[in-house]
Design a protein. Structure first.
Length: 167
């Protein structure tokens, strides 16, 4: 299975699927690099199609589009990173959705950049970001050092090898 170089969040996937100008710009930014998506990004995409009553044709189009990405497996270690991230953000009064936190945690765990247009993910420690936003802030004081160490609660498993499944 191929290793991913990027993780894309749900907003970027949505912009690209809808062929918006922003989506076209993100598609160009990603280029041909193998890009992973989380199960929560898939869920967000499907929710949008169902909510908008786009029907079976659009749902099939979505499935075909998602086939361009690597569906990333979830594991307990990514869950630990996500829980740590959500907890730390809550401690300092920052809201972060589960899908955004899961995408960030997955990118952190895989040690690859997250492609996002979501400013809620600004200043997350250990998160490398690929975005079209200008003046993206890299780190927020207090999430990392002041809160006591890394975002994950256990050590990274040496046997974790970017094991991905194809959509």
């Amino acid at each position: 299975m191929r290793k991913v170089e990027l993780v894309a969040d749900g907003d970027v996937i949505s912009y690209m699927f809808k062929c918006t100008p922003l989506g076209d710009s993100y598609a160009e930014l990603i280029g041909t690099r193998p890009t992973g998506i989380t199960l929560l990004a898939v869920s967000e995409s499907r929710q949008g199609v169902v909510y908008s009553n786009w029907g079976m044709t659009k749902l099939k189009d979505l499935d075909a589009f998602l086939g361009n990405f690597v569906l990333l497996e979830s594991n307990a270690e990514i869950a630990n990173v996500c829980g740590g991230l959500l907890g730390r953000c809550k401690q300092i009064g920052r809201a972060l959705s589960w899908p955004d936190a899961w995408a960030a945690a997955t990118a952190i765990w895989l040690d690859v950049p997250l492609v996002t247009h979501d400013r809620d993910l600004e200043r997350v420690p250990d998160l490398r970001v690929l975005t079209l936003h200008e003046h993206w802030e890299v780190r927020e004081e207090g999430i990392g050092e002041r809160m006591g160490g890394p975002l994950w609660l256990s050590q990274r498993s040496p046997e974790y090898h970017h094991e991905n499944v194809r959509w």
